[in-house]
Design a protein. Structure first.
Lengths: 356, 582
């Protein structure tokens, strides 16, 4: 009996050791702790995408293999990077935008590096131009989208500006997202703050509320469940992206003459996404090469169809899908990252008690 | 092939009065005398689960909570009273608790008759239906939310028929919670119910008890531990509900889980998040204590029989009516939302057809790294879920074996610890993994193992709660008899326990598998982008505008449903084969 007992204990202990060993095996080749200089690790949010062929070209040219690591949505990914900055998950971080930039920089997340082709990027995107801790990679706009068929049926001109949205003609037509939980929801709020001023936006939202704006929690519900233009809903206006119309027709086999949805160009808020070399990266050289690559013509030309955003470089041509079904937003609302960082929380709180 | 059974014990127990008085309970203990060797064995069995939970749950969670409460080497407890006394937080806590309690009650009310029907009646398609009602478990909440909105929302089925809208009402939340958790009750309670010997209830009736009192005094006490276990799991699940509340309740409703997610993932206010996590722990701890207290005296040896023997065709109009109404409720509540998803996957921009399914493949073929081929995602999901199931079965099985013999407070505490992951915010676990498991010898930042480990964490409670009531019901005298005849502890377990708990094991495996297949909250933080699981891939499609993207998301969800149902039916098969050993 005793020997059986001993065997049972032994099995249990072996088992637990096995589990720990199994865990230890996790450090496979090229882990961030490893000294494998031929692998470079890119940390990003889960919307990052690139064509396989383009990525393969990078490996071919530089010899570095790219390993990717993601951490949820954009906000989560940035926060994870901040929390793990003593033992960074990788070498390069992609996907911090202007609404989160100040937080990332305040936490000293990045090592300065001036990417090779930075002079091809318009100055308006270079929000850290003095220090080059981050490199602008792409931009996009959060705008009100409209359902073309609805407004054609009603013989009503679709709204164009923030002010239009409060007009009686568009009563009960708009659905937006919770600014506290959704990135387009926050972008739309920031857009109104940029347009109507630090206090003035509250008055605007009161009017918007009186005009029957509906708030749902996330973009998926707003776009697919409430919006009539791209989903199954009955609201012809939704807060979405300027690139939503081209994205919506991307995989259609027979392309329509016009996208079924349009963009209210005077309701846009600009988002710029950045990448940076993480402090404490184990492969600094590879990281720099990867940053150069993110600004290379090849990668930049791939950005629109992979991620449905616009390339930061000015000398890259947009694909036909974008030029045919999308619009270029000439004069979007913008706010400085510092201002966003300072006001984000109080504004969202004020917005919640005002609108919800 | 009835089990050899020492005369008397089981029926003595089950027909005895089950008043909650301690003395009566004490008298019914059929446990073995405590001996030091047993304690040592138990400790040995507990080593693996303890190590697992220490490393992959307690340590990461403690790390993230500590990070919030400790700055510059000093504890900042001052934040606790501030947060706890915030009226907004009190509101959230109150809503979280009552919606969970209401959801649990409603789920029990609707699913207990289902458990009975699945346990006692034989009807064609039973195995398939049992698999299908488990399917909701694996579906991403955002997809289910969309289906519910289609039924309950504006312009939905209810609206068109009767002008009733339930979205943005708490009813939508409760119904969705029933939808998700129906299977928990049916499988946990039904699993044990099917093995209860119906002749005991018949004997009680023969002795003059009315149908109701026979049920109340014979069957109900025997089922109580399983019902309590199911209720506990449903409560913990709904207590930490995230997507359902957000999508169906609208931005006005928020659970503690949502608040923790916002503070951690969006605002990076770790001190507040840490306090909220502690509040969540306290609440969950209270519920676990309550559960432990209620079931403590109720578990005992039962007479377990082959489930195939207890199920028979319904007889008489009353039984047919019961079967019919249970099937109708299941169809209405579970099949309709599932049918909506399938319908939407087939209803593309160009009318009905398989366009969305074809587009899934072509999106992957176009060479992007973002969309993977559906088969590849299925493969990833199955692989991760299989590994997670094995881990959950090993860890949960050992834990259940250790807990089979009731013992002191320490062991009960261990039992509660195993349940905690169900009541812990996914974002806390996900972020905890990240900051805790980042240094050798436990540097898992780049490891694929993170995903099955996180999934197993949610699977273990199911394994323990499904196995434990059955293991405890095994009459200890069988084990003693085997030991007297010279069997080693391992052999006793193999020859006595395993055949009796084979069914529970299969049910547990099914749960662990389904939970792992559907886990999203933590997986999304730690999965590798080039190896997305099905729910993660669904979320990617839903992140892109366009009718076709929506169709693709629904198509992938339908595939997820099929994968889940097929896996569960396969598991049922294994079990049916096994039951030959009875």
């Amino acid at each position: 009996m005793n020997s059986h007992l001993r065997r049972a204990i032994g099995t249990a202990l072996l088992g637990s050791l096995g589990l720990i060993a199994l865990a230890g095996c996790g450090e496979d080749s090229g882990g961030p702790g490893g000294a494998d200089s031929k692998t470079v690790t890119l940390v990003s949010h889960n919307s990052f995408a690139v064509s396989k062929a383009v990525l393969a070209e990078f490996t071919e040219k530089t010899g570095y293999k790219v390993r990717r690591q993601t951490g949820g949505d954009a906000g989560s990914a940035v926060n994870q990077a901040i929390l793990s900055k003593d033992h960074p998950q990788g070498d390069v971080f992609f996907g911090v935008d202007n609404t989160l930039l100040s937080r990332a920089l305040d936490h000293d997340l990045f090592t300065p590096y001036r990417a090779k082709d930075l002079d091809r990027v318009p100055a308006e995107f270079q929000l850290d131009a003095g220090e080059h801790r981050v490199t602008p990679v792409d931009y996009g706009d959060i705008c009100v989208n409209y359902d073309r068929a609805y407004f054609a049926d009603k013989k009503l001109a679709p709204p164009r500006t923030f002010a239009d949205l409060t007009k009686p003609a568009y009563k009960n037509l708009l659905v937006t997202e919770n600014a506290a939980t959704s990135s387009p929801g926050l972008g739309f709020l920031l857009g109104t703050a940029a347009r109507y001023g630090d206090e003035g936006w509250k008055g605007y939202w009161k009017k918007l509320r009186a005009n029957g704006v509906e708030v749902v929690d996330g973009w998926e519900q707003a776009y697919f469940d409430r919006f009539s233009g791209g989903g199954k809903g009955d609201k012809p206006l939704v807060v979405s992206y300027a690139s939503s119309p081209p994205a919506g027709v991307a995989d259609l086999k027979t392309k329509p003459a016009k996208a079924p949805t349009g963009v209210a160009t005077g309701t846009c808020f600009r988002q710029v996404e950045f990448a940076g070399l993480l402090n404490g990266a184990s492969n600094t050289k590879g990281g720099k090469a990867l940053l150069d690559f993110l600004l290379s013509k090849r990668f930049q030309a791939d950005v629109p169809l992979s991620m449905y955003v616009n390339p930061a470089r000015e000398d890259v041509k947009l694909p036909e899908l974008f030029t045919r079904y999308g619009v270029e937003i000439a004069d979007p609302a913008t706010l400085s990252p510092q201002k966003i960082s300072k006001n984000r929380e109080p504004w969202v709180k004020a917005w919640s008690s005002l609108v919800l | 092939m009835v089990l050899a059974r020492p005369v008397g014990t089981a029926s003595e127990k089950t027909t005895g009065d089950t008043g909650s008085t301690g003395a009566a309970g004490e008298a019914r203990e059929v446990g073995p005398p405590r001996d030091p060797r047993g304690a040592a064995l138990r400790l040995a069995l507990m080593a693996v689960p303890l190590a697992f939970f220490g490393i992959f749950f307690a340590y990461p969670v403690a790390a993230i909570v500590t990070r919030g409460l400790r700055t510059d080497g000093r504890w900042r407890f001052g934040r606790i009273p501030e947060v706890v006394s915030d009226p907004a937080v009190v509101d959230v806590l109150w809503f979280t608790a009552w919606q969970a309690a209401a959801s649990t009650a409603l789920t029990l009310l609707i699913a207990l008759p289902g458990a009975y029907v699945f346990a006692r009646f034989a009807f064609p398609g039973k195995g398939l239906l049992r698999a299908v009602v488990t399917v909701p478990f694996v579906l991403p909440t955002v997809v289910v939310g969309s289906a519910f909105l289609a039924l309950l929302g504006r312009g939905g089925l209810l609206d068109e028929l009767w002008g009733v809208r339930l979205d943005t009402s708490v009813w939508a939340i409760l119904l969705a919670h029933v939808f998700f958790n129906y299977a928990v009750v049916v499988r946990t309670v039904g699993g044990l119910w099917a093995q209860l010997d119906p002749r005991q209830e018949e004997a009680a009736r023969m002795l003059g008890a009315s149908r109701l009192s026979a049920w109340r005094r014979v069957t109900l006490p025997a089922l109580a531990p399983a019902v309590a276990a199911a209720a506990l799991m449903v409560f913990l699940f709904t207590f930490t509900s995230f997507g359902v509340v957000q999508i169906l309740g609208g931005p006005h409703y928020a659970t503690l889980e949502v608040a923790i997610y916002r503070e951690t993932a969006q605002l990076l206010d770790l001190p507040t998040a840490a306090v909220l996590s502690l509040v969540q722990f306290a609440a969950v701890g209270g519920v676990l204590a309550l559960h432990a207290w209620t079931v403590r005296r109720r578990e005992g040896a039962l007479r377990l029989v082959d489930p195939a023997r207890t199920a028979r065709r319904p007889q008489g109009p009353a039984q047919w009516a019961l079967l019919g109404s249970v099937l109708a409720v299941a169809a209405l509540l579970i099949l309709t939302p599932l049918a909506v998803l399938v319908e939407r996957s087939l209803n593309g921009p160009d009318g009905y057809g398989f366009d969305s399914y074809r587009a899934l493949q072509s999106a992957a073929d176009s060479g992007g790294t973002f969309f993977v081929a559906p088969l590849e995602a299925v493969g990833n999901s199955l692989r991760y879920a299989a590994v997670a199931t094995v881990i959950a079965l090993v860890v949960g099985g050992l834990a259940a074996a250790a807990l089979t013999r009731r013992a002191g407070r320490l062991v009960r505490g261990f039992d509660a610890l195993l349940m905690l992951p169900l009541g812990t915010s996914a974002v806390t676990v996900g972020f905890g993994f990240l900051i805790a498991l980042d240094e050798p010898p436990l540097d898992l930042r780049a490891s694929w193992m993170l995903v099955p480990l996180a999934q197993a964490l949610v699977g273990v409670p199911f394994v323990v709660r499904t196995m434990l009531p059955v293991l405890r019901a095994v009459d200890h005298r069988l084990r003693e008899a085997a030991a007297v005849l010279g069997a080693s502890p391992l052999r006793v377990w193999r020859e006595v326990d395993l055949p009796l708990v084979g069914r529970a094991l299969a049910v547990a495996a099914g749960f662990a598998f389904a939970v792992s297949l559907g886990e999203f909250g933590a997986t999304v933080f730690i999965s590798r982008p080039d190896h997305p699981t099905l729910p993660v891939a669904v979320a990617r499609f839903l992140g892109r505008a366009g009718e076709l993207s929506y169709g693709q998301a629904m198509a992938l969800s339908t595939i997820l449903m099929l994968v889940c149902a097929a896996s569960l039916v396969a598991l049922e098969r294994i079990r049916t084969d096994r039951s030959g050993e009875f």
